[in-house]
Design a protein around this ligand. Sequence first.
Ligand code: SF4
Length: 121
Amino acid sequence: MKGKFVCVVCPTSCDVNAEWNETELLSIDHAQCKLAWEFIRGEIFDPRRTVTTSIMVDGGELPLVSVKTRTPVPKAQVLAVMDRLADVMVRAPVDIGEVIVPDVLGTGSDVVATRKVKHKG
Ligand code: SF4
């Protein structure tokens, strides 16, 4: 199989052509460095994304806190993770890095707060 990918490992964003079979990446070209290999192999055989969103805060100086998955989750589960987080509410105060949902949907990735929210008033 053949395909085109944009490597997003760094801001250069190389357009890379790749060739692969059922089990392995066979070749790439037009990449400016070796980092594209692992990135494209992941995109073909185990695509993952970091999920970022906001969840509600009860009693906080802000109504929402931004969160993200600590590690990327399978791309096919991104929408399910968003659904899981849609009605989650935490109580203030919230600390940066605080685990909001451990091992979300069994992905092995914790959802953590990416900012601090103090008590209201
Ligand atoms: S191939 Fe290398 S230089 Fe090009 S975007 Fe990927 S990491 Fe950056």
